[in-house]
Design a protein around this ligand. Sequence first.
Ligand SMILES: [Zn+2]
Ligand SMILES: [Zn+2]
Length: 276
Amino acid sequence: MGYIQGQIYANTGVVFLVITIINLIRYVLIAGLAFIIFWVLLKDKISYRRIQKRQPKPIDFKREIFYSMLTIIIFGIVGVIVYFLRIHGYTKIYSDVNQYGWGYFWFSVIALIFLHDTYFYWTHRLMHHPKIFKYVHLVHHKSNNPTPFAAYSFHPLEAIVEAGIIPLAVFIMPVHNGALFIFITFSFIMNVLGHVGYEFYFKGFTKNPFTWWNNTSTHHNMHHQYVNWNFGLYFNFWDRLMGTNHPKYHETFEEITKIPLISVRNQKAEILKLSE
Ligand SMILES: [Zn+2]
Ligand SMILES: [Zn+2]
């Protein structure tokens, strides 16, 4: 522990450890739960919603988990840097909600999501540049049909790019610690959803006037399958604007979602009724 401008600060090792453990718990809990629920327990029941039929090999799981662990370490290092920038007064991170109020707190979470969506789309396209791709982004694309564990499967250089949204955001807008935590957790859940390998949304989702602007699990899975299409993260705005949605995206989505999830539940209820 030490003092800077009258404030107590923890030492580098402690900050690194706390951030790394939080990221690790989040990864194990969310990616692990998605794996157990959809790849083990419900595997047969939701097989008709599987996006690609090909099965990842044990080596794919190993690679995805290995690089995800490296990413978590790099996120810890970036976290320490942000922490030190913060205690020296270089960031707009604040810890008293009353400073800007709850309205701003929730607005900042939404703003972070939109900022991240744009940051991700353009850094992602940059990493697909033929001169950069193999040095930075190829590791993530070794998963042709990703598993939930691919969520953090990045080359260390890509992990730095992915972590970059946090320092960028806290330089340009006031962000409460809690808002940052909610944003990172939301982002990770969406990340796992993009790599889960199953489609859960309803038929017509990508064209429905209320939902078309959201990306789907099929969208990112097709990015892994076809590589140079579907670069977006949460939203479909940039892919539409830049004409980078895969030409068969909507068609593929409709094909995968032709059997509604709900109808399977109804069928089971029917069977139960008949057997009574
Ligand atoms: Zn990519
Ligand atoms: Zn991916």
